[in-house]
Write a protein that binds this ligand. Sequence first.
Ligand SMILES: Cc1cc2nc3c(=O)[nH]c(=O)nc-3n(C[C@H](O)[C@H](O)[C@H](O)COP(=O)(O)OP(=O)(O)OC[C@H]3O[C@@H](n4cnc5c(N)ncnc54)[C@H](O)[C@@H]3O)c2cc1C
Length: 424
Amino acid sequence: MIGYLFKGFQSQTNIRLYSDYIPLLLWNILKETKMAVLAESIETGINFEESENQKMIAQMVQDFGKKEITPKMMEWDESQEFPVPLFKKMGALGLMGVLVPEEYGGAGFSYSEYVTAISEISKIDGSIGLSVAAHNSLCTGHILQFGNEEQKSKYLPKLATGEWIGAWGLTEPNTGSDAGNMRTVAIKDGDYYILNGAKNFITHGKSGNVAVVIARTGEIGDSHAMTSFIIEKGTPGFTSGKKENKLGMRASETAELIFTDCRVHKSQVMGNEGDGFVQSLKVLDGGRISIAALGLGIAMGAYEAALKYSKERHQFNKPISSFQGIAFKLADMATKIEAARLLTFRAADLKNQGRSVNKESAMAKLYTSEVAVEVANEAVQIFGGYGYIKDFPVEKYYRDAKLCTIGEGTSEIQKLVISRAILK
Ligand SMILES: Cc1cc2nc3c(=O)[nH]c(=O)nc-3n(C[C@H](O)[C@H](O)[C@H](O)COP(=O)(O)OP(=O)(O)OC[C@H]3O[C@@H](n4cnc5c(N)ncnc54)[C@H](O)[C@@H]3O)c2cc1C
């Protein structure tokens, strides 16, 4: 064990900067024990108790967040700064490659630990949670699932350690829910494809070092006529456009990707030509678990703030928690969060077992997102006028929560996915 930890410290320069950082030791210990926990989960089905690994990850994120996120998060929110150095530090802790196997430089954990990591980050700051989720599930997740050995060896170590930040481009200005109707084209020209078009609302559209981009290589309307490409920043013809000014999730960068006669070598295609859209749907099945975790974390944060405030705030010479109107709100919030937690960990557990999560991740994402919005709304209500003021934490949860019902498929699209699954 000591040898292992020592090797970890020696081999990662970034980590040495954190050599006084005790939670890192816990993370390394977790890496050693993960197989046992995964095996237990597969054998026994869902476990309602938080594992020791999950408890330690939660503690590590809380300690890190207190030091590195909480002091600056309102500043980032106000100025819409995407704090790139923070993501490098999270990379050193394993948070940028939670699901990536150790052989590619990742933490090599299962979806259960991933849900814990994302929900604990999002409990502190949803916009950081969103960026970590998009980086891990979308760009990194797509390459992990569908990249060939050469692509995985080239890109995963950089992404998993946070040296590079990843983006994933599916959405276009005129095609969001209806992504299959995309207009960005990739025309074959010898050993190259020439891309023209634009992707919008892309997380890390400006700061991303590499993007997975899905483009049309055949007829509009054919779901087997789209192809996924890995495109590095600096590739001629690949630029970024407008950075969006958002309601919430303001520290998570959202921007346009623009392709103008961008030549991409065929070695950058993942899988076969025509596989891109089907791959994307699979990537989103896993990604939705992370958006469920994002909503869960935001709901937890808003609820805990409201619970504490309700005991401290006095009106009519009593704490407001003693009024049934407030106590029942808290009861509803706690119950919905518990249900959201169970749906999310159930989807994670199925994913760990390699089973289909198409319906279950949509259910978890749908329910948890809506709960995040409801709980954040009630938290603002419990804070009264102070809930509307930026000196208190709940207005930010309220603004951040809404993204969860939109990103990676709106609530309506989740209902489409669920209804298709139950009616087939
Ligand atoms: C902060 C942020 C980050 C994002 N990050 C990324 C990213 O990294 N990569 C990426 O590719 N995309 C990203 N997106 C895009 C996101 O996935 C889309 O915004 C989302 O899928 C919805 O698409 P749209 O905005 O075009 O809405 P539209 O599809 O135009 O939907 C408008 C409304 O119509 C409803 N609707 C549409 N079709 C149906 C239907 N068949 N039945 C019922 N109702 C329907 C929708 O539910 C919604 O209420 C991001 C978006 C945001 C806001």
